[in-house]
Design a protein around this ligand. Structure first.
Ligand code: FAD
Length: 410
């Protein structure tokens, strides 16, 4: 089914409301109850469940609304996209494959050769290829440009040109599921750090690639370390020019600036805390009425509404054709911190029930226990997962530094 909307059509309130109802009805019908429950309770969705959900979105024409129409995109306005994302998040739909669909897909659309686009984009869309991101290294995180994974160009006996890659990447999310990895590698050791970096696409099945799992404090196998031991990568798998990978890497950060506030996700998590507050009792009263809980809940609600209003202000600015400045950096800072505080309140409310560690409970709802909230099993793990939100994609300290320099001129 195609969407009749085009960017030229104004999205007035009525059409946005109608669209919201359409998305809500679709999700109510298409999202399996078991998956919805897992997301609601903070459990891990399996790769297969995610593939199934994304296939349903693809059949509806809504898998990659942010891509250009030529690649199954929808050409929606920013408001329409925001409504779509909000409805998905509020209905407890799993987050769609961020690394493939939000990162490498848009990069290939913008910088890939026609041959790379023709080969990779259809395989991303039909989910034959899952991707992971190989930027960070054991000694290169915030200071990413100091990365050392080396790529040396060599001609093979048959005359073909390859890069021989050696080194390692760390904190590589979901590398255990990935078929391909996009990497920043050093191709020039003499040039200024940023100028000697190249962007390569590497098949995870290449000889010399190995993956070591890193299980986090939350018990989740999210991270990995990926090792490259003299891995041969065809020169055709380079995106952009040799030594021009830094500007491509940076352009990723421009995507989805306004979504970094995670307003809808914050709303969903706050609704969870409210549900916990209504379910539990303390001193014969619902937790919602206990002053310590009510006070913290209200403070979080106020912060969320202030954040939502700020995002709306930026959206209006973008809609009026005004450029968004570096002050949008505050959105990630505020949104990620808010999520952590919400999850902290959930753990404080659920108390000692969150302490028992049950790995199986990451994947399937725990059997009901009298007097124990269904939210308890994953609450602690979820709190630790959100700890990473103020680190990934630029830590809070780095964000503060950027705001201080670029916005406040300090
Ligand atoms: C959930 C999650 C998922 C991730 N997924 C991926 C992935 O898929 N692929 C990938 O490549 N990477 C991934 N990362 C890694 C992430 O990009 C890095 O953790 C991040 O860039 C920080 O680097 P670091 O861990 O080396 O910390 P460091 O850079 O060593 O920082 C350590 C501490 O020092 C502070 N600090 C550093 N420099 C400064 C400074 N100049 N001024 C003030 N304070 C400073 C930091 O804020 C931090 O508190 C992920 C991280 C997380 C948490």
């Amino acid at each position: 089914m195609t969407d009749p909307h085009t960017p030229d059509m104004a999205d007035d309130e009525a059409s946005l409301q109608a669209f919201r109802a359409e998305v809500r009805a679709f999700v109510a019908h298409a999202l399996p109850h078991a998956v919805r429950e897992k997301v609601r309770l903070g459990l891990e969705v399996s790769k297969q469940e995610l593939v199934d959900w994304q296939q349903r979105l693809a059949r509806r024409g809504w898998l990659v609304p942010h891509w250009p129409a030529a690649w199954q995109g929808c050409d929606w306005s920013a408001e329409r996209r925001a409504v779509f994302q909000e409805e998905l998040v509020l209905a407890h739909a799993p987050e769609s494959g961020g690394i493939s669909l939000e990162m490498i897909g848009p990069i290939l659309i913008r910088y890939g050769t026609p041959a790379q686009q023709q080969h990779f984009l259809p395989r991303i869309l039909n989910q034959e290829h899952w991707w992971c991101q190989g930027y960070s290294e054991p000694n290169a995180g915030s200071d990413l440009a100091s990365l050392k994974t080396r790529a040396v160009r060599r001609t093979r006996p048959d005359g073909s040109e390859v890069y021989v890659v050696s080194g390692s990447k760390i904190w590589t999310s979901y590398a255990q599921y990935a078929d391909w990895i996009f990497c920043l590698v050093r191709t020039d050791t003499e040039a200024r750090a940023q100028q000697g970096i190249t962007f390569l696409l590497i098949d995870m099945r290449s000889p010399g690639v190995s993956v070591r799992p890193l299980v986090g404090i939350h018990g989740w196998h999210l991270f990995n370390q990926v090792f490259f031991d003299e891995v041969e990568v065809p020169v055709e798998n380079r995106v952009g020019d040799e030594n021009a990978g830094w500007s491509i890497a940076k352009s990723l950060l421009e995507h989805e600036r306004l979504n970094l506030a995670r307003v809808a996700e914050n709303r969903r998590r706050l609704a969870k805390v409210r549900a916990i507050g209504a379910e539990l009792e303390e001193g014969g009263q619902p937790l919602l009425q206990r002053p310590w809980f009510a006070r913290r809940l209200r403070a979080l609600e106020v912060r969320l509404e202030a954040l939502a209003a700020t995002v709306l202000r930026f959206r209006r600015q973008a809609r009026a054709g005004q450029a968004l400045g570096p002050e949008t950096g505050m959105l990630k800072l505020l949104g990620s911190r808010l999520i952590q505080d919400i999850e902290n309140l959930a753990v404080d409310a659920l108390g000692p029930d969150t302490l028992a560690y049950d790995r199986a409970a990451h994947f399937e709802p725990a059997a009901p226990e009298p007097g124990r909230s269904a939210y308890a099993a994953a609450a602690s793990a979820r709190r630790f997962v959100t700890r990473g939100y103020t680190i990934a994609g630029g830590s809070s300290e780095i964000q503060h530094e950027l705001l201080a320099k670029q916005v406040l001129g300090l």
